[in-house]
Design a protein around this ligand. Sequence first.
Ligand code: PMV
Length: 325
Amino acid sequence: MQSPKYTARAHTNIALIKYWGKLDQDLIIPMNSSLSLTLDKFYTDTSVFFDSTLKQDIFRLNNKGSSSLKVTHFMKVLREKTGETRFAMINSENHVPSAAGLASSASAFAALALAASRAAGLVLDSRSLSRLARRGSGSATRSIYGGFVEWQQGSDDATSYAVPFEENVAWDLSMIAVVISAKQKKISSSVGMQRVVATSPYYSAWRKTAAQDLAAMKKAIKKRDFRQVGTIAEENAMKMHALNASAHPHFSYFEPASLQVMKIVADLRSNGIFCYYTLDAGPNVKIICQNKDIQTILAALAPSFSQERLVVAGPGPGVKLIDKP
Ligand code: PMV
């Protein structure tokens, strides 16, 4: 017996205030609250149905058979929560308009949470969906909503979820994603953050300043103070990467080309073009800028990066069903 098939679309998000460290590994309760911008250009479409003839979950990514321990674990959690006993057929497609490398677990688990819960017969409100997506990947907690989103850390499964901070962003704000490498990262975000929490002597300072950065970021967004938003985001990202440099053994996600982009951005800024960078658990750089400066920034990057490695994105929407029975 087969369940009805549901298909959901979720967009990825980039954190302006980073989540970096777990209080609870299994429930994925973070050590600090975070804030992100959901982007329009990068998204995942996922369809799910349950089938009593399946002997295990089947996961296909971009039309190829795939396997993921995180997906297997997530589906186990979902079955426990919904009472569904059958295994599922899961088809996922990442839409990344470039040489890849920007597909993310945020869009993947937000789309899977909506499609799988509906296929299991459960209609969840946004808060419950955010809590469910969190069990797949921390950053997915925020991809339930569009625009600026805050993930309130909470202290347990019931209290850790995202809330919209500003869903429909009417502001001329963009992110230019510079694709440095599409390769799988050597140190996953999970392993990286766990090592930092266990060994960085600066971790308690991170928790304190992340809370201050978040409060200042919310004020700056409300005031539409672009330079302040950019400055806080860049400094917060550098604090996160400084934790990695202070871990034991220390590690870094930067590649030489990441540093090159960071220098181009700093040079543009000293010439009066206000733009700022942020990096996650990988070498790709995202440049936060205003629409009027996009062409100047692209021109400064053009000698070193081909056009298909530069993707301009704007604020994007929250998760939604795109196909249902
Ligand atoms: O939840 P994950 O495994 O995608 O980890 C996300 C970690 C960062 O992207 C570095 C920060 C963030 O808040 O998205």
